[in-house]
Design a protein around this ligand. Structure first.
Ligand SMILES: Nc1nc2c(c(=O)[nH]1)N[C@H]1C(S)=C(S)[C@@H](COP(=O)(O)OP(=O)(O)OC[C@H]3O[C@@H](n4cnc5c(N)ncnc54)[C@H](O)[C@@H]3O)O[C@H]1N2
Ligand code: MOO
Length: 447
C-alpha cells in the first residue's frame, strides 16, 4: 500500500499554514479590556506595579499592636507583663498613633498604629479574647497639643492586657511592599491571566489590561443531516441528527484561547462559499465533515478549487484531513492577509475533536502563553489491544486505580465514550497488537 503521510508531517504543514496568522496576531495592536473579561487572555505588554502591595504595614492577626521595648524593658522579670488597653483599629480604619506603654487592639488587615513594632495575637493574652473596645476613629479627640507630637494621651480606659508571650520585633506585621514594590514588573508580556493574576491586578487598582488579540475562527459544521435549531431540539426528522461537532469545537477552541463563531451549512457548495465570504474577517476557517470519499463532499468540492488539499494521514480516528490557504473570489479575510487559511476536519465527532486537539489546539495554546504540547505519561495497558498497523491509533482510555489504562472501543462515532474517557492512549504506527502490560504514551483529555 502507498505510505500515508504521518501525523508529524501534517502537523508541520498546519503549523506552517498558521504561522502568518500567529505573526500577525503578535504584531497587532493590543486590545484594552476590563479585568472581568480578561481571564485566560494574554498580556500584550509588561505591566508595572503602580503602588506597593501591601499598600501599608498591617496586622497579620487579630491582636494587640505593642512596642516590644515596653514589654522587655518595663517588665523584664514578669512572666506575663500587662499593658493598659489602648484604642482599637479595625480593617478599613485609617492608621492610628500608638500610645507608648499600651496595647492597641488591631484586627487582621488593619493598619499598624504608628509607633508600634509588633503584634501579639489575642490568643497570646491571658484572657484569650478582646474586652469591649473603642475604635480610635470613634474616640473623643485627643487633648489639645498631644496629637502627632509623640506626647502620650491617657488610654481610653483602664483594662489591663496580660501578655503571655513577648513577641519579636516585627512579629505578625505584614510590611508595606513585601509582595511587590511600586515600579517593579507585575507581569511580563505573554503572561496568561489566571484568576490569581486578575486578583493581583485588582489589588493594584488596575481596572483594564492590554491583551493580545485572539485568533478569530469561523467554525462551519456541514451536512444535510444536521437538524436546524428549533424550539423543540429533541424532535428530529427521519435521517437527521443533532449537530454535536459545532458546540464541541466552539468550546474546545474558545477554551484554548480563540474567538469563535459557529455556522451550520448544508451540503451545498454555493452556500458554504457564501457563508465563508460573508463572514467578517476571520483569521481561520475550520470545517467539520464533507471531506472523505462520498459523492456529496461539500467542503472538498468547495475548497479544493480554491487551493485546499485533501489527503488521508496515518491516523485513526482522524484519517481524512484537508488544509490550505483559500484564494477567495471576494476576499473578506483578516486585514493584511491575502488568503484565508482553512483546516478541514473529518465529520465523525471523535475524529473532529481529536483532529482539533492534535493539529490546531497546540498553536492556540502557544498563542495563549501555554506550552503547545500536553504532558505525556507512559502507562501500562490493562488489557491486550489491537490496532490498525499503518495508523497511529488514538484510543480513548480510562485510568485504573492501579495506574494501568483500559482502552475503550475505537469507533469514531462513539462520542459518549469520549466524554467519559480520562486519557488518550497512543498505539503507535507499525503495531497491530500490544499485550497487556505494554507501556504506551498517554495524555490527559482534561489538561
Ligand atoms: N469510502 C470511504 N468512506 C469513508 C472513509 C474512507 O476512507 N472511504 N473514511 C471514513 C472516515 S475514517 C471518516 S472520519 C469519515 C469522514 O468523512 P467526512 O469528513 O466526509 O464526514 P461526513 O461524511 O460528513 O460525516 C461523517 C459522519 O459524521 C457525522 N457528522 C458529521 N458532522 C457532524 C456533526 N456536526 N455532528 C454530529 N455528527 C456529524 C455524519 O453524520 C457521519 O455519520 O468518512 C468515513 N467514510
Ligand atoms: O479517520 Mo475516521 O476519523 O476513523 O472515523
Amino acid at each position: 500500500m502507498t505510505e500515508l503521510r504521518t501525523v508529524e508531517d501534517h502537523l508541520a504543514e498546519v503549523t506552517a499554514l498558521l504561522a502568518p496568522v500567529v505573526t500577525r496576531l503578535h504584531a497587532a495592536e493590543p486590545e484594552l479590556i476590563p479585568l472581568d473579561a480578561a481571564a485566560g487572555r494574554v498580556c500584550a505588554r509588561s505591566i508595572t506595579a503602580p503602588a506597593d502591595l501591601p499598600p501599608f504595614d498591617n496586622s497579620q492577626m487579630d491582636g494587640y499592636a505593642v512596642r516590644v521595648a515596653d514589654l522587655t524593658s518595663l517588665f523584664p522579670s514578669l512572666n506575663a507583663p500587662s499593658l493598659p488597653l489602648g484604642l482599637a483599629t479595625a480593617a478599613g480604619d485609617p492608621p492610628a498613633t500608638h500610645i507608648p506603654g499600651t496595647a492597641s487592639p488591631v484586627m487582621t488587615g488593619a493598619p499598624i498604629p504608628a509607633g508600634a513594632d509588633a503584634v501579639v495575637p489575642v490568643e497570646a493574652t491571658t484572657t484569650g479574647r478582646f474586652p469591649a473596645l473603642t475604635r480610635h476613629t470613634q474616640a473623643p479627640p485627643s487633648p489639645e497639643g498631644t496629637e502627632g507630637t509623640g506626647a502620650a494621651p491617657e488610654p481610653a480606659h483602664t483594662a489591663q492586657i496580660g501578655i503571655t508571650k513577648t513577641p519579636e520585633p516585627g512579629a505578625f506585621i505584614r510590611r508595606r511592599g513585601t509582595d511587590i514594590r511600586a515600579g517593579q514588573v507585575l507581569f511580563d508580556a505573554g503572561t496568561r491571566l489566571s484568576p490569581a493574576h486578575l486578583g493581583a491586578l485588582a489589588a493594584s487598582g488596575i481596572t483594564t489590561v492590554p491583551v493580545r488579540p485572539r485568533m478569530r475562527i469561523l467554525v462551519c459544521t456541514t451536512g444535510d443531516e444536521l437538524a436546524p435549531d428549533t424550539p423543540d431540539i429533541t424532535a428530529l426528522a427521519p435521517g437527521r441528527i443533532h449537530d454535536a461537532n459545532g458546540p464541541m469545537l466552539v468550546h474546545l477552541l474558545r477554551d484554548a484561547g480563540a474567538e469563535v463563531t459557529l455556522a451550520r451549512c448544508p451540503d451545498d457548495p454555493a452556500a458554504l462559499l457564501a457563508l465563508v465570504i460573508e463572514h467578517t474577517a476571520p483569521d481561520l476557517v475550520v470545517t467539520s465533515g464533507g471531506i472523505s470519499a462520498g459523492a456529496f463532499e461539500v467542503v472538498r468540492d468547495t475548497f479544493q478549487p480554491l487551493g485546499a488539499r485533501f489527503a488521508s494521514i496515518a491516523l485513526q480516528p482522524g484519517g481524512p484531513q484537508g488544509l490550505g490557504a483559500l484564494q477567495l473570489p471576494h476576499h473578506t479575510g483578516a486585514p493584511g492577509a491575502s488568503t484565508l487559511p482553512a483546516l478541514c476536519f473529518p465529520g465523525n465527532p471523535v475524529s473532529t475533536l481529536l483532529s482539533a486537539l492534535l493539529f490546531l489546539v497546540p498553536t492556540l495554546r502557544e498563542l495563549a502563553g501555554r506550552p503547545a504540547r500536553r504532558t505525556t505519561v507512559q502507562r501500562p495497558l490493562a488489557t491486550d489491544v489491537d490496532s490498525p498497523e499503518h495508523q497511529l491509533q488514538l484510543r480513548r482510555a480510562v485510568l485504573e486505580t492501579d495506574g494501568t489504562v483500559t482502552c475503550l472501543p475505537p469507533g469514531s462515532h462513539l462520542l459518549h465514550n469520549l466524554a467519559t474517557a480520562d486519557l488518550i492512549a497512543e498505539i503507535p504506527l507499525g503495531v497491530s497488537h500490544l499485550p497487556a502490560g505494554t507501556p504506551v504514551t498517554t495524555w490527559s483529555l482534561h489538561d
